[in-house]
Write a protein that binds this ligand. Structure first.
Ligand code: TXA
Ligand code: MG
Length: 341
């Protein structure tokens, strides 16, 4: 299959919409990461997503809409809880995904057999225009081969999926760079399943206290049942071994322990002082930029034959919770605590 590289002009967006309406697969930009989209109401089209990504069929997909009214118009949910409506009013469009009881229009391929469905209204204008051009809601996981870092540019999508999907729309670099916040609105007290650009603090300011699922910051027991199937899979796994280094003394530790084929995933201020290959996430104080750059840096490192990466460990609050959540998975939960050495 020849994968078309489309631009974000009117004509190309119309073409992407047509491909999607006809059951095809298109990589689309969003403010979080690129998605691999198909018509969410067409089970056969959605099945193609799993095949192209090599994604396990028991991992459900997010349904993307272009206005809040799409939820009712297409029968996407069986219930739109009051707290979910409050969050929708405040944070949509934006990087927030809400899980609700699924409506009659949702094929089993989307929900992976669960009785719930994840809904997101992306803020990216091109994403909204493509959903409108398609005329249907779009199911879309991140547009990477299963297990590799999520794509934050059209080039990343091409690297992973060229020849396996119909088209990619280039909408530039993603603003947030990490996947959306996922929260389940089904229990009375909503529970965060995946941290992202909309923080726990922001959510709690609208609906009061929420739970944070154990799997967000900790490693699940092998036998524990994941609330979100995606959390049980090894994720964001670069080829190199990644070790998070926490606490004072990062520079000295890395300079002492890193070998010739090792590297540092660090901040701008560290680069001069380190005597190993360095990949910087940005300024130490700019957590938004660090989040935006993470996946691109992991992909760069993959291209460079690095054996072990010593990564700075972010503080897990605000957007830092999302960054920490992705890094700790990339590291397979391997952390060196300098304070405890
Ligand atoms: O930012 C994003 O959310 C991106 C862009 C493309 O929108 N999409 C994305 O999709 O990250 P994906 O499939 O890579 O991650 C969706 C996560 C998975 O961990 C999945 O298990 C979980 O959401 N999920 C989806 N539906 C669910 C449901 N009904 N119940 C529990 N978890 C669900
Ligand atoms: Mg993904």
């Amino acid at each position: 299959m020849n994968t078309l590289l489309l631009c974000d002009n009117e004509n190309d967006i119309k073409q992407a919409g047509e491909i999607l309406r006809n059951g095809g697969l298109v990589g689309i930009p969003t403010e979080t990461v690129y998605g691999l989209a198909a018509n969410a109401l067409d089970g056969a089209a959605v099945a193609g997503i799993f095949k192209a990504k090599g994604r396990p069929m028991d991992n459900p997909l997010i349904v993307h809409i272009a206005e809040i009214g799409d939820i009712e118009r297409f029968n996407l949910v069986a219930d739109f809880p009051k707290k979910a409506k409050l969050l929708a009013e405040r944070f949509w469009s934006g990087p927030l995904t809400m899980i609700m009881p699924k409506g009659s229009a949702i094929p089993d391929e989307v929900s992976a057999g669960l009785d719930t469905v994840a809904i997101r209204f992306p803020e990216h204008k091109t994403a909204q225009a493509i959903i409108k051009a398609a005329g249907v809601p779009l199911a879309a996981p991140s547009a990477n081969i299963s297990g590799s870092p999520s794509p934050t540019s059209a080039a990343h999508v091409m690297n992973d999926l060229n020849g396996r999907i119909d088209a990619v729309v280039d909408g530039g670099e993603c603003r947030v760079g990490l996947e959306s916040t996922v929260i389940t609105m089904v229990p009375d007290k909503p529970r965060l399943l995946r941290p992202g650009g909309i923080t726990v603090e922001q959510i709690e300011s609208v609906i009061g206290a929420v739970d944070v699922d154990d799997a967000v910051l900790n490693q699940l027991d092998e036998n524990a049942k994941a609330a979100s199937p995606g959390m049980k899979y090894k994720h964001y796994a670069p080829k190199a071994r990644v070790i998070l280094v926490r606490g004072e003394g990062y520079i000295d530790y890395v300079n002492k322990n890193a070998g010739k084929n090792d590297a540092a995933l660090c901040y701008n201020e560290d680069v001069e002082e380190l005597n190993v290959r360095s990949f910087s996430l940005g300024n130490s104080e700019d957590i938004d930029i660090q989040a935006q750059k993470l996946f691109d840096r992991l992909r760069q490192i993959d291209g460079e034959n690095v054996k072990t990466v010593y990564a700075r460990c972010p503080k897990p609050d605000g957007v830092g919770m999302a960054l920490y959540n992705r890094l700790i998975r990339a590291a397979g939960f391997e952390v060196i605590d300098l304070e405890k050495l």
